[in-house]
Design a protein around this ligand. Structure first.
Ligand SMILES: C[S@@+](CC[C@H](N)C(=O)[O-])C[C@H]1O[C@@H](n2cnc3c(N)ncnc32)[C@H](O)[C@@H]1O
Length: 309
C-alpha cells in the first residue's frame, strides 16, 4: 500500500520508524512505548491503527510530523495532547491544555452507570466534575433514553466540555445540558437541579492527596482536576450529602476515588445515613477504584430544607 498522505516516499519503512520511536520513548520512561509509537505514526500518516501494517513506507512529510510528535512524547507530553484526541468507551473526545485527559479506568464507571440506568429504568443522570464530558457523553451514547446534566466549574474545562457536546451526534447532544457550578456548594447545586429527581449520579472528582508523586504526564492535567487536599477528600466529603439530596429514593451514585481512599469514601456515603447497599469496586488490576450506593427509600431529617417533603 502507498502513502495515505500522498507525500514523497522516503527510504525508511514503517517497521524501522516504529522500532526507532519505541526505543526513544522507552528511554524517556514512557509506559507503553510501542503502542504510543504506533498511535503517533497513525496520526502522522492519517490512517487507522488497523491499517498501519499495510503501509509500505513513510513519506518525508509524514516522517517530519512523526519525529516532531515523538520528540514531544519523549518530553512526556501526554499522547492525547499531541494527537488532540482521547478515546473513551464509545466516544472520541477532544482534549488539550486546561482539561483533564479521561482515563481508561473511568470507563468502568460509565458501564456501571449504564447498567444502573437500565436496572432502574432511569432517565435522569447527573455527571459531577464533568471535565471533557467523558462520562456524560459516553453514558448518553450508551443509553439512548437518558437525559444528562454535566456539571463543571473550571472555565477552561467548560470550553472543552461544550466543544465535545457540540461535536456529538445531534440526538446525543440534544440530551446533554452543561452547567457551570461548584459541586460542593449545596445552594448552587439545588438551585440548578431539582432535588430528589435524579436516577443516577456519577462523579470522577479530583481525589489525589496533595503531595503524592505523579507521573510527568499527569502534571499536564489542571491541578484542580487532580488534587483534593491532604486526604484526597476535599471535594468528595462535601459533595456526598448534596448527591443524597439530588437522588430520588432508590437512585444510585457511583464515585471514582484514589486507591488509598476507598474506606474514606464508603464512610462518607454511610455517614450521611441516606445510602444503602454501599460497596467498593475494583478495577481489572484489583485496585479499589470506585464506590457506589443506593439512595434509601424515604427522606430522613438529615435531608436538606430545600427538598420536597
Ligand atoms: C478528575 S477530573 C474528571 C473529568 C471527567 N469527569 C473524567 O472522568 O475524565 C475532575 C474535574 O472536576 C472539576 N472540579 C474540581 N473541583 C470541582 C468543583 N468543586 N465543582 C465542579 N467541578 C470541579 C475539575 O475542573 C475537573 O474537570
Amino acid at each position: 500500500m502507498s502513502q495515505p498522505d500522498g507525500g514523497s516516499v522516503g527510504a525508511r519503512p514503517v517497521a524501522a520508524e516504529l522500532r526507532w520511536a519505541a526505543q526513544r520513548l522507552a528511554e524517556a520512561g514512557v509506559d507503553s512505548p510501542r503502542a504510543d509509537a504506533e498511535w503517533l505514526l497513525c496520526d502522522a500518516l492519517g490512517c487507522d491503527r488497523g491499517r498501519l501494517l499495510l503501509v509500505d513506507a513513510v513519506s518525508d512529510n509524514a516522517r517530519a510530523r512523526f519525529h516532531h510528535a515523538v520528540a514531544q512524547r519523549a518530553e512526556r507530553i501526554p499522547l492525547q495532547h499531541i494527537t488532540g484526541t482521547a478515546a473513551f468507551g464509545p466516544v472520541d473526545l477532544s482534549v488539550g491544555p486546561g482539561v483533564f485527559t479521561p482515563r481508561p479506568e473511568t470507563e468502568f464507571l460509565a458501564d456501571w452507570a449504564a447498567r444502573a440506568l437500565a436496572d432502574t429504568a432511569g432517565t435522569q443522570l447527573v455527571d459531577l466534575c464533568s471535565g471533557s464530558g467523558a462520562l456524560a457523553i459516553a453514558v448518553a451514547t450508551l443509553v439512548p433514553s437518558v437525559r444528562v446534566t454535566a456539571v463543571e466549574y473550571s472555565p477552561r474545562a467548560l470550553h472543552w466540555l461544550r466543544r465535545n457536546v457540540d461535536a456529538a451526534a445531534a440526538d446525543i447532544a440534544a440530551r446533554i445540558s452543561v452547567c457551570c457550578a461548584d459541586v460542593t456548594d449545596a445552594e448552587q447545586m439545588l438551585e440548578l437541579i431539582a432535588p430528589a429527581g435524579v436516577d443516577v449520579v456519577v462523579a470522577n472528582p479530583p481525589y489525589v492527596p496533595d503531595g503524592h508523586t505523579i507521573a510527568p504526564e499527569v502534571a499536564h492535567d489542571p491541578p484542580e482536576a487532580v488534587f483534593a487536599g491532604p486526604d484526597g477528600m476535599t471535594v468528595i466529603e462535601p459533595m456526598v450529602p448534596i448527591v443524597a439530596d439530588l437522588l430520588r429514593p432508590g437512585g444510585y451514585v457511583g464515585i471514582e476515588h484514589d486507591d488509598t481512599t476507598s474506606v474514606s469514601v464508603l464512610t462518607a456515603l454511610e455517614s450521611t445515613g441516606q445510602f444503602v447497599d454501599v460497596r467498593a469496586h475494583a478495577d481489572l488490576a484489583g485496585r479499589l477504584r470506585f464506590a457506589t450506593g443506593r439512595r434509601a427509600d424515604g427522606r430522613t431529617p438529615q435531608a436538606r430544607g430545600k427538598m420536597a417533603g
